[in-house]
Design a protein around this ligand. Structure first.
Ligand SMILES: NC(=O)c1ccc[n+]([C@@H]2O[C@H](COP(=O)([O-])OP(=O)(O)OC[C@H]3O[C@@H](n4cnc5c(N)ncnc54)[C@H](O)[C@@H]3O)[C@@H](O)[C@H]2O)c1
Length: 312
């Protein structure tokens, strides 16, 4: 299939590109390299991705629409976004520019180019907001009440994709990702606690825990997420959670990393950050039914891979 990956030079997007190339799809990438890097595509280049396949443009720009018109992708995997909760709380206009205006620019251009399916990277950790007692694990029909502007733009983005696809007879899926981790995640970024803690522990620096550290997330390995995107090319519709169904606290992550690194470092606590939910983890039954997908790697196998990649 002729597939366009927006955000393909990013952490998750570059693994999606690698998985698509392994499955013999023809791949083009749109990415403005704002948080992604050309280096993330080094493996893809070895598998045949060329300079001409990487289009360095803003998804909200007319140039991005022109690229989509030229490439005429059969499927668009839309991962380009402003991906940070804290950036969205400081600058909600910037968040909406990438995550809503940019998304709409891609949707309109994809329809005009005859694209048959759009797969949107939504966020299972933020669209549902703070779960009520009895709502965990979060299911796709759980109430959605985001606590951050990022969660709100991802919730609204998913609704735009649904209505746009229904209006124009396109297929679509919104993959609500848990907290994705793995090699290539930026340890200098504001999100990605496993990469940040692992890098700090390797450098002998303390890890900062915002709040008491008992807040929980559903950590899912990036190769499993890339596999879900590839499967969604020809199956699956609507909102689909992509996580593990396992709830892990920040302090558990710290303990797993110190154990793996044989370190006795204690975390430093800072005040909790605005916009962050206290507890979340995802039911993944729908992904099993619709995509025949299950997470293959748990934290006990994933964490050593992150450490190895950072050391390398
Ligand atoms: N990392 C997670 O745990 C997680 C969880 C849920 C959802 N997501 C979503 O998955 C997607 C990928 O996230 P990631 O963690 O790989 O982050 P990332 O920052 O590594 O990837 C985002 C990519 O999009 C590009 N980009 C950003 N704004 C752009 C714009 N206006 N035009 C063109 N390119 C642009 C960046 O350069 C980057 O390569 C995002 O949509 C994010 O919201 C991530």
């Amino acid at each position: 299939m002729n597939v366009l990956v927006t955000g393909g030079a990013g952490f998750i997007g570059s693994h999606v590109v690698d998985a698509l190339l392994r499955a013999d799809h023809a791949v083009s990438v749109i990415d403005d390299l704002s948080t992604g890097t050309a280096e993330n595509l080094a493996a893809a280049r070895e598998s045949g991705l060329t300079d001409a396949d990487l289009h360095v443009v803003d998804i909200a720009s007319p140039e991005a629409a022109e690229v989509i018109g030229r490439v005429r992708p059969e499927a668009v995997l839309h991962l380009a976004a402003q991906p940070s909760v804290s950036v969205s709380m400081r600058d909600p206009r910037f968040d909406a520019h990438s995550n809503l205006t940019g998304l709409l620019n891609v949707l309109v251009a994809a329809r005009e180019a005859g694209t048959r399916k759009v797969v949107f990277a939504s966020s299972g950790g933020t669209i549902y907001g703070e779960p009520r007692a009895g709502d965990l694990p979060l299911r796709e029909d759980s109430p959605q009440s985001p606590r951050s502007f990022y969660g709100l733009s991802k919730k609204a983005g998913g609704e735009y994709v649904r209505l746009f696809a229904e209006e124009h007879g396109m297929a679509y899926a919104c993959l609500a990702l848990g907290n994705v981790y793995g090699p290539r995640q930026n340890p200098q970024g504001e999100a990605g606690v496993i990469a940040i803690f692992a890098a700090r522990l390797l450098e002998g620096r303390p890890c900062l825990v915002f709040g008491d550290g008992h807040n929980t997330r559903d950590y899912v390995y990036v190769d499993d997420v890339a596999d879900a995107f590839v499967r969604a090319l020809d199956r699956g519709t609507g909102l689909i959670n992509v996580g593990t169904g396992v709830e892990t606290s920040v302090l558990d992550i710290h303990a797993a990393l110190t154990k793996a690194l044989d370190s006795d470092a204690a975390p430093h606590h800072e005040p909790a950050l605005p916009g962050e939910v206290r507890r979340t983890y995802l039911s993944v039954d729908r992904a099993a039914e619709q995509l025949d997908w299950r997470p293959r790697l748990g934290l006990e196998d994933g964490i050593p891979r992150v450490i190895d990649a950072l050391r390398a």
